[in-house]
Design a protein around this ligand. Structure first.
Ligand SMILES: C[S@@+](CC[C@H](N)C(=O)[O-])C[C@H]1O[C@@H](n2cnc3c(N)ncnc32)[C@H](O)[C@@H]1O
Length: 215
């Protein structure tokens, strides 16, 4: 993905407890230890510049939020945003989210999974790199608690349809896609992520879906 240079993270900002590498995390991950309390945990795969994680944590202080971002600079940028906002209920993992889900997140330990505008990998031969793949969806199904939700949004219709078809086959424990009327934006500023803002500005369609983990 083409990216503009990010602002340098202020070196005086304390990112302790806001930024972790996979190597620093316990297996299985213990969210209570990470956040110092027992609260529903929401996990975002591929946080990009971190708009969702900071906003959602500010809006839902009764939940904890863990973002994972494979690009180190972006993970640090997200963590800096969280730290600057003084949010203690959110943290970032710098590393491969596929590994976080497969090796670290405990079974039925997550209240919501968010995947917004994952890299489309347009070329057919690169599609195996997409994160919404069979193994990841099986992990999402495993880590979600009964009643927990998966939010998957993209502007790539083909990726959207392929994923929905894949889910019908491999993630039968996830009910959906649920009716989307209530997912439509209400005003110009209610975008969840940086990419959503950009796509809406360009007046591109956005495909939104939500699934719920069956009990
Ligand atoms: C197209 S961007 C979207 C960012 C953000 N979700 C948004 O909507 O603005 C996709 C992000 O996913 C990250 N990513 C790709 N593969 C990943 C993986 N395996 N684990 C964690 N992050 C990943 C990329 O580095 C990139 O920041």
């Amino acid at each position: 993905m083409a990216r503009r240079a990010l602002r340098k993270v202020d070196p005086t900002l304390d990112l302790t407890r806001r930024l972790y590498t996979l190597e620093q995390l316990p297996k299985p991950l213990d969210a209570e230890q990470l956040f110092g309390r027992r609260a529903p945990l929401e996990v975002e795969m591929g946080s990009g510049k971190g708009l969702f994680i900071s906003r959602a944590a500010a809006e839902r202080p009764e939940h904890d939020f863990l973002g994972v971002e494979i690009a180190k600079k972006y993970a640090a940028h997200c963590a800096a945003g969280i730290a600057r906002a003084g949010l203690t209920s959110a943290a970032m993992v710098s590393g491969d989210g596929l590994r976080l889900f497969h090796e670290f997140l405990p079974t039925a330990g997550v209240a919501a999974v968010h995947v917004y505008f994952p890299d489309p990998w347009w070329k057919k031969r690169h599609r195996k790199r997409r994160v919404m793949n069979e193994a990841f969806l099986a992990d999402v199904e495993r880590v979600l608690a009964p009643g927990g939700s998966l939010h998957f949004w993209t502007d790539v219709e083909e990726y959207f349809q392929t994923t929905l078809e894949l889910m019908a086959g491999v993630a039968r424990g996830l009910e959906g896609p649920l009716p989307v009327a209530e997912l439509a934006p209400e005003h110009d500023l209610d975008y969840r992520t940086h990419f959503e803002r950009r796509k809406r500005k360009d007046e591109l369609p956005i495909f939104r879906s939500e699934f719920r983990r069956r009990s």
